[in-house]
Design a protein around this ligand. Sequence first.
Ligand SMILES: [Zn+2]
Length: 279
Amino acid sequence: MQRIVRALAAATLGLPLALSAVTGSAETTTTGSEQPRPCHQRMALTFDDGPSHYRTQTLRTLRREHVPATFFDTGMRVAANPQFAGFEAREGHLVLNHTWSHPRLSALTPVQVRSQVRRSQRVLRQAGAPMPFKLLRPPFGDVNEAVSTELTRLGYRYVTWDVVAVDWDVTTTSAEIRNTIVKEFRPGLVILMHDGPVDSAAGTAVQTALPQIIRRARQQGYCFGLLNQLGQVVPAKLPASRAAIPRVINPVPYLPLESYSGTQRPPEPYVIVDPKEEL
Ligand SMILES: [Zn+2]
């Protein structure tokens, strides 16, 4: 299903699918004290729905492991904590559009679709994310013909993903997240993770799984790249930096916590927002 959506996206664009043949030139990768190794195959780590309270920890792990990532952030969360977007871009990551408030775009009017995309685009740019190209990940991978038409009018292409664990559910363990993703490893793989999803308090298990996924990938000879404007994995490096990693300073907006259970709430500070107002 997800592959079909990606295939449709490429077909709509009249572009060849090159999901498993993105290898590029050889490069070397190092982790800590390990010897440099040639890298002939790469994958992309992408994080949706942020920036959440967990983003600081994600950025810390990525810096420690020298891994660039692509963030599909929601505008309402970027507006609440705009200190992340510019930092992430300077750090060597890619920050792209995941709509303003994470609705199912196929349920919206064309005017609402345009508003979701443009409002988020505006706040991302104001926060210092240059968005070198217009690539959007639709919430839930939900795109129909009408949505696709509006995105094209706005100059956007869209991308979904190849593998995702049920990491938005607070009952999913870090081992389950890791194993789901590791067993799908292949060149050109687009991995979707959530470091604190919009609709749940999950996030801690992702933080545990993330370095394990990175190390398993390296053990198997993979390195990590960013997405290009077609949603394909391309080479990228994370430059060394000592700049302070931002923290959440304002309450993180959450839509009603559908996946929240029991006492597992997101870390403070957070605020529950009315989805109708956010449209
Ligand atoms: Zn999402």
